[in-house]
Write a protein that binds this ligand. Structure first.
Ligand SMILES: NC(=O)c1ccc[n+]([C@@H]2O[C@H](COP(=O)([O-])OP(=O)(O)OC[C@H]3O[C@@H](n4cnc5c(N)ncnc54)[C@H](O)[C@@H]3O)[C@@H](O)[C@H]2O)c1
Length: 250
């Protein structure tokens, strides 16, 4: 079923690399016009150029630090001015911290909350008026299995990802009258630059703890995000979709 996002306009944060880049590629290949938003300007522009080579005019790069309201305003305005409408927001940008409770400084706690948690809220707040003007919309928030289960270390990260889970449900309730759906996605370990920071032993241990005994690929998350973003998911809102090779099933 090609062109599953035909005519749709999407903003994807953290789209310069990793899962965001896989989502941008897939969305463009399915007919969407995509605003790739990130702070990695060089990588983001390079990917937009690559996508425009195959899908002329479908990709735009916009500098967006998700913690900054003014930059959100500019990104949403750019999408509306270029294409007339905004239909989809994927709040994918995020950072990881593996520091334990006593080793996490207040500054580090604040930084991860600002990017992972406040950034998602600012995205919803900034995009909602544009989605209302469109008459419908889909917001997909990338949480984590660490937003559902606990683990030792990385408590700040767990806290933000748990917050995204329930923020998504509350936003789904509030925005449903405007025909705007909001869902959260919960990946397990996915092979991206983010997990390159982990030791090979740690990665192998997590992969071995999955039913499927391997890490996931960014594309395997992107297909789920595509589904939730598309009209195929028209009766799905306030839900959480786990994509973890069965890690949390055991
Ligand atoms: N890789 C995994 O195993 C995994 C598992 C569960 C959830 N996640 C989540 O998936 C999302 C994508 O992660 P990834 O693995 O592709 O990581 P990644 O580090 O490869 O990519 C994250 C992107 O977010 C961007 N970003 C960081 N801070 C930003 C900011 N302030 N404003 C805008 N962009 C910013 C980065 O520049 C980068 O391009 C994150 O929210 C992450 O927490 C990842």
């Amino acid at each position: 079923m090609p062109n599953r996002l035909n005519g749709k306009v999407a903003i994807i944060t953290g789209a310069a690399r990793g899962m965001g880049a896989a989502e941008a590629r897939l969305f463009a290949s399915e007919g969407a016009s995509v605003f790739l938003a990130d702070v990695l300007d060089q990588e983001g522009r390079r990917l937009a150029d690559e996508l425009n080579h195959t899908f002329p005019g479908r990709a735009h790069y916009v500098h967006l630090d998700v913690t900054k309201a003014a930059e959100w305003h500019n990104a949403v305005a750019a999408a509306e001015q270029t294409f007339g409408h905004l239909h989809i927001l994927v709040n994918n940008a995020g950072i990881y911290s593996a520091a334990g409770i006593e080793n996490t400084s207040e500054d580090e706690w604040q930084r991860i909350v600002d990017i992972n948690q406040k950034g998602v809220w600012l995205g919803i707040k900034s995009a909602a008026p544009a989605l209302r003007r469109t008459g419908s919309g889909s917001i997909v928030n990338i949480s984590s299995i660490f937003g559902i289960i606990g683990s030792p270390g990385s408590t700040a990260y767990h806290g933000t990802k748990g917050a995204i889970r329930i923020l998504s449900k509350a936003a789904a309730a509030e925005l449903a009258p405007a025909n705007i759906r909001v869902n959260s996605v919960h990946p397990g370990i996915i092979a991206t630059p983010m997990v390159d920071a982990l030791s090979p032993q740690a990665r192998q241990a997590v992969a071995a703890a999955c039913c499927l005994k391997r890490e996931g690929r960014p594309e395997e998350v992107a297909f789920a995000v595509l589904f939730l973003a598309s009209d195929e998911a028209s009766y799905i809102t306030g839900s959480e979709l786990v994509i973890d090779g069965g890690y949390t099933a055991l």
